[in-house]
Write a protein that binds this ligand. Sequence first.
Ligand SMILES: CC(C)(COP(=O)(O)OP(=O)(O)OC[C@H]1O[C@@H](n2cnc3c(N)ncnc32)[C@H](O)[C@@H]1OP(=O)(O)O)[C@@H](O)C(=O)NCCC(=O)NCCSC(=O)C[C@H](O)C(=O)O
Ligand code: MG
Length: 285
Amino acid sequence: MDPRSRPYRSVLYIPGSKPRALDKARGLPVDAIIFDLEDAVSADEKDNARDTLKEALAQGGYDPRVKIVRINGLETDWGADDARAVCDMDVDAVLLPKVGSAADIDALAKITGDLPIWAMMETPKAMLNAAEIAAHPLLTGMVMGTNDLAKELQTRFRPDRLPMMAGLGLCLLAAKAEGLVIVDGVYNAFKDDDGLAVECAQGRDMGFDGKTLIHPAQVAVANTAFAPSAEEIDLARRQIAAFEAVEASGQGVAVVDGKIVENLHVVTAREILAKAQAIEALQAG
Ligand SMILES: CC(C)(COP(=O)(O)OP(=O)(O)OC[C@H]1O[C@@H](n2cnc3c(N)ncnc32)[C@H](O)[C@@H]1OP(=O)(O)O)[C@@H](O)C(=O)NCCC(=O)NCCSC(=O)C[C@H](O)C(=O)O
Ligand SMILES: [Mg+2]
């Protein structure tokens, strides 16, 4: 199944150590959840968090959201135990932090077998090796780790994210070339809805499938930003209708709102409608 056939507008991190947040997530309208054992969990809590998460997932209540567990790196004291534990959890994928190369994905797959893998793209080495990481046969998704990337690049946080653009662009190219899901990094100021909306719009325009989030208050903004708008849906329908009409008369180019519509635009229009339908189905289900 094409991993991009499901919506990924909102992808919420939930600390695996927080039972209250794990419970809260059962009622949140997010498209996907990253159950976190890495940076949201302190060293003292790591082992307990693994057990707490295992219990929460066994209880269930998270479907139909996509369920992903972010483990600690395999070079840490906890990574291998996390990876073994994930094999016994009912999840869709395992997320490996600080991936540097395709060899890191191979090392995880030795433990997790054929479970789909997602990669945190958050180091300069990952940006430079994005193509080989994306081409790994078990990889189905990428998550931008913009906090770690900023740290490694020694950049300042800027609203336009100019210092990150090269890295974001390389990962987008790699993910799109391989048909992977790719979601944007988090927006740290979780009470600033306006700033979040600006960053979501930028990510959406660049081609990200959605945004990773750290707080329930961010969900609605991301869900709106990454869904096709009513205007986009209307335009897509009119483009398809106009193109089918000219095609029936033996021509290959239609004009809608003063702009040409060719076969390739119709492909995009159909993708927009399919995405809108997938979102509707998710909300209904
Ligand atoms: C940021 C927070 C520490 C704030 O927590 P808190 O003070 O508890 O917030 P609220 O009181 O406003 O919470 C209201 C209710 O919502 C629940 N809650 C809060 N956060 C979450 C969540 N992420 N998922 C589900 N539910 C959540 C609270 O439990 C309250 O519930 P209730 O009492 O029942 O009403 C906190 O939001 C937080 O810890 N967020 C997650 C932080 C995190 O995951 N960080 C790691 C990921 S970011 C990262 O690592 C990026 C990447 O690697 C990079 O490099 O960029
Ligand atoms: Mg990180």
